[in-house]
Design a protein around this ligand. Structure first.
Ligand code: 13P
Length: 242
């Protein structure tokens, strides 16, 4: 089933988050054509989660810590995001890798999400320099290896991997569908042991281009930043086939 995920990043506090949710609920009807997940900032998780109860929209979080509780000031427990209603957890987003040096701990976060009953949306993707140097797949493969290291493969069921080339994020310049297809097929081959794997594409996805990616057999969904911040455009993305 298609999986369309809204990553609101650090936009919208509680009130604005709820307003966006209302705008979306006005524009959708059950059943949805696929799964649609909203990932608001952590401070809005409970509020949004409460509002989404008994609606077809699901909740996800943008980040978690790998411990469940304790002396980790400022961190976000996977159990708490789960308690707020999160079914999904975005992990290893390139903005976290870039600004917070995230990397080696990603595998612990993937495992923590699974242990708390959430589906990890593991983000991978190369920089422009790496792509131009012909290293895109080598970089992504290394990110996958690192992110899954030490996790019992039987646990890794239903994982979503979001291929987000760093140069396509927030730039308005998406990847070529053919490049996304090629990367997705590498990922699928590499992780062929995994049951229920879904590969998403992310990076300047908008209503005008989503069909180009969703038409590809290898791509099962989209991870959306900018175009998820308005009810109208995100609703169009949920109903991309219409
Ligand atoms: P944009 O859709 O704004 O390019 O952001 C993509 C992204 O980073 C989603 O996680």
């Amino acid at each position: 089933m298609d999986l369309i995920v809204a990553n609101w990043k650090m936009n919208y506090g509680g009130r604005d988050s709820l307003q966006l949710v209302e705008g979306l609920l006005e524009r959708i009807k059950e059943p949805l054509p696929g799964e649609a997940v909203l990932c608001p900032p952590a401070t809005a998780l409970f509020m949004v989660g409460d509002r989404l109860k008994d609606t077809p929209l699901q909740l996800g979080c943008q980040n978690i810590f790998y411990e469940k509780e304790g002396a980790f000031t400022g961190e976000i427990s996977p159990d708490f995001t789960r308690e707020a209603g999160s079914n999904y957890a975005i992990i290893g987003h390139s903005e976290r890798r870039q600004h917070f040096d995230e990397g080696p701990e990603v595998s612990r976060k993937v495992e923590a999400a699974l242990d708390s009953g959430m589906t990890p949306i593991l983000c991978v993707g190369e920089s422009l320099q790496e792509r131009e140097g012909g290293k895109a797949w080598a970089v992504v493969r290394k990110q996958l290896e690192e992110a899954l290291e030490g996790i019992n493969s039987e646990k890794l069921v239903g994982l979503a991997v979001a291929y987000e080339p760093v140069w396509a994020i927030g730039t308005g310049k998406s990847a070529q569908p053919e490049d996304a297809r090629e990367m997705a097929s590498h990922i699928i081959k590499e992780l062929s042991y995994m049951k229920g794997l879904r590969v998403l594409y992310g990076g300047s996805v908008k209503p005008e281009n989503i069909a180009d990616f969703m038409a590809l057999e290898e791509i099962s969904g989209a991870l959306v930043g900018g175009a998820s911040l308005k009810a109208e455009s995100f609703a169009q993305l949920i109903y991309w086939e219409k």
